[in-house]
Design a protein around this ligand. Sequence first.
Ligand SMILES: Cc1cc2nc3c(=O)[nH]c(=O)nc-3n(C[C@H](O)[C@H](O)[C@H](O)COP(=O)(O)OP(=O)(O)OC[C@H]3O[C@@H](n4cnc5c(N)ncnc54)[C@H](O)[C@@H]3O)c2cc1C
Length: 375
Amino acid sequence: MELEPDVPGRDSQWVDTGRAVATTIRRTYPDTTPWSRDQLLEIFGKLRPTGYLGSTIPEEANGAGLTLVQFASLTEGIASAVPFLSNHSVQRFITAAGSPQAKRRVLPGLLEGTSIGAVAVTEPRGGSSIKNPATTVSPGRGGLVLTGRKDWVTHAMTADTAVVLAADEQGRSVRVLVDLAAPGVERRPLRTHGLRHLTFGSIEFHEVEVERWRMLAEDGAAGAKAGFGVARVLVAVQAVALAYEALAGTTRHLTTRTARGSRVADLDLTTHRVGGIAAELLGARLLAYHAATAVQTGHPSAAALASGAKAHACTTAVRACTELLSMCAGHGLDTGTGVAAFRDDAEMLATADGTGLVNSVLWGAHVKDHLAGSR
Ligand SMILES: Cc1cc2nc3c(=O)[nH]c(=O)nc-3n(C[C@H](O)[C@H](O)[C@H](O)COP(=O)(O)OP(=O)(O)OC[C@H]3O[C@@H](n4cnc5c(N)ncnc54)[C@H](O)[C@@H]3O)c2cc1C
């Protein structure tokens, strides 16, 4: 569903490009169980020509050279049929801080879509704080040795490489690229509430040997935080996209239902609810692209805005999808129609890359400081 005029920053041509490929993917691959690695590689192969895998990496570094708002638009279009496909961050992390060997040996497969990357930050004691990870990397056997456990890793069961946040022997925060086929890596799947087309899981590292060239040249927590700004605006546009799909599907469905001699879609109450939800989603989309533009231009408020936009978009999307589910009544409760899946997927997005509470506190603290005149 398109509302005109388009919101500033959003590029509807990129949205349409993403939507076209993702709609084909959705038709080709059933999503009742998570896609296998082979299926995902086929899917990423189809997405490669759109620039999805090379995202905002400059063309001279073999990336797609998209601006962040173009990439957000592309991701939004893809999410309308296939939300939260991920597998684009590790490429940017390696480009920013990877060693020459990492750029030669790991990056090409990720950019080509012949391998899958994962980001492993969350630990069993909680993912809201990334300070002082319990996962450690220490010198040993001519290289490094990684020990610890990460939870809730997207693509846990299908990824080839993970960027793992850990503490080194001096307690400094670092990130290392880990070959997930290495001895000592143990993966366990999670059964999730939504996003059923993807795998999520725990990855345990039992004294896994890691070559030194796999260490990223950065402060690990700073690298992870820098990635959050981009990740959060991308989640924001995706949450709104799937809620718009739920709105469009519900509106279409209600044109087929009658109550008191009228089409339910024509009742004033329905028009009122549809208009209200569309206005809330449009507001959330405006904020999401406003934040994307701020991140793209390096505005000092960008990180806080990205958090605020992500929290707002996900809260709005979950609320909208929940209301739409009830408006669909029996149709919504039939899992075969996919209406309930929109709400389940939106709820998953609300916790990915930081809970609503964590992100709205980051945003609220920024606003409060600004209003109190301390910045
Ligand atoms: C779809 C999805 C994909 C994900 N993908 C990845 C991934 O690829 N890699 C990865 O590492 N992780 C991933 N995660 C994990 C995600 O980042 C964490 O779930 C999230 O950061 C929250 O951590 P937690 O679930 O451990 O909650 P906890 O940190 O255990 O939080 C528990 C509760 O405490 C609340 N809380 C936190 N801080 C405060 C505070 N200051 N005051 C009051 N309450 C507070 C939280 O809001 C929450 O309600 C993913 C999660 C989901 C749902």
